[in-house]
Design a protein around this ligand. Structure first.
Ligand code: KG4
Ligand code: ZN
Length: 381
């Protein structure tokens, strides 16, 4: 079959991204405009500002993706866009722009679920390395700022589309959200994940003992029959509260306030700047928090992998960029004898290459978006 060039567009959260991917297996260009600087003063994504920034960035980002790929609007075969889940106003910018562009160019448009994009980022990365055969069924953990979801993924016969069964998700905060909130609480900067990843290397991860989240899998009054197999749900808000308690009992507030003031005077604080402003107790707390999140993610994912007897593990989403998480998964999955795959760091966090890659199987079977489709902020996979 001839090469198929798909232009992907992603605007679900705080990254405006466009990319060209060839036949679902080769990233030709991958342009990302990050809004971190816009949201940094607020310690989290501000939805209205995100939509405004997407509006500003979308045209230049798409032009850059095409130019970097030495492609033109006319030469691409199809467009793909994130339909959801995500921030409604943010999604709407990408969806409206992609619809208008596809209409003007008379090219097919494919609507992609953001979570399916994160999963396909792993496959894309493996295909780029020449590894084409994935052994199904596979267990996928999508772990980001908005999601902590476990999916059992199957491929049925010659149909190129995969099927997804959600077998666990977070009951409250997503894991990345917990990283961001704890970083905000401790005045470490935004986004929290990358900075905690770096600081944790300087602390003792066994210094603070956090209890494991207790999750009741059947709600009181729930009369539905018990599921055949257990669910593997997560909960991280208790951990965040435990960090707050520790701050109070150890009297860390004055040091946090000092750090907040000191960091506000540095234009673009680097990890070394933050490290220099952290004492041993704070570094131990950060390392112990990270260990608690990772232990929970790894243990539940591996328990689910055993329960569903999968042959492969995929870990994707922004938090999959975490170095301790990767190490821990690699070690423990090796003990279980299950291969585990991650995307490279640029394909772990939000990008449009994963959207173009996830669109390719849909292109093959002609699953195109209806002209009147719209953004879906809470679109489940
Ligand atoms: O996938 P992503 O870019 O956007 C969402 O779909 O949410 O993920 C962003 C999240 C943020 O919460 C960020 O703090 C977290 O991923 N993150 C990390 C790391 N890099 C990004 N968390 C832990 N360790 C990292 N190295
Ligand atoms: Zn994401």
């Amino acid at each position: 079959m001839a090469d198929v060039y798909i232009l992907g567009i992603e605007s679900s959260c705080d990254e405006t991204a466009a990319a060209v991917v060839r036949s679902g297996e080769q990233v030709i260009s991958n342009a990302v405009f990050s809004q971190i600087a816009t949201h940094q003063p607020y310690g989290g994504v501000v939805p209205e500002l995100a939509a405004r920034e997407h509006l500003r960035a979308i045209v230049p980002v798409v032009r850059k993706a095409l130019a970097d790929a030495a492609q033109s609007y006319q030469s691409i075969d199809a467009l793909a866009v994130t339909q959801g889940p995500g921030l409604a106003g943010a999604l709407l910018v990408g969806v409206s722009y992609a619809k208008a562009l596809a209409f003007a160019l008379d090219k097919p448009l494919i609507a992609v679920n953001h979570l399916e994009g994160h999963i396909h980022a792993v496959l894309l990365e493996e295909r780029q390395k020449g590894h084409h055969e994935v052994e199904f069924p596979l267990m996928t953990l999508v772990v980001s700022g908005g999601h902590t979801h476990l999916y059992l993924v199957q491929q049925n016969g010659p149909n190129p589309l995969w099927t997804y069964r959600n077998i666990g998700h977070t009951r409250d905060d997503a894991a990345g959200e917990a990283f961001d909130k704890v970083a905000k609480l401790l005045a470490l900067g935004y986004p929290g994940g990358p900075i905690i990843d770096k600081l944790a290397k300087h602390g003792r991860s066994d210094a603070v003992r956090f209890g494991r989240a207790q999750i009741k899998h059947r709600q009181r009054g729930d009369r539905s029959p018990a599921p055949e197999r257990p669910h593997f749900d997560f909960s991280f808000s208790g951990l965040k509260t435990a960090v707050l308690r520790y701050v109070e009992t150890q009297g860390l507030e004055p040091a946090i306030e000092q750090r907040r003031v000191a960091l506000s005077q540095i234009a673009k604080p680097r990890a070394e700047d933050v490290l220099a402003l952290c004492d041993g107790t704070t570094l131990d707390l950060v390392a112990s928090f990270q260990r608690a999140v990772i232990e929970d993610l790894v243990q539940k994912t591996l328990a689910a992998a055993r329960e569903y007897e999968v042959n492969t593990l995929f870990v994707s989403g922004g938090v999959a960029a975490n170095s301790e998480l990767r190490q821990s998964f690699e070690q423990q999955a090796a003990q279980e004898g299950v291969p585990v795959y991650f995307p490279s760091r640029p394909l772990s966090t939000d990008n449009a290459a994963m959207i173009a890659a996830a669109a390719y199987p849909k292109f093959l079977i002609g699953e195109f978006a209806a002209p009147d489709f719209s953004a879906e902020a809470a679109w489940p996979l």
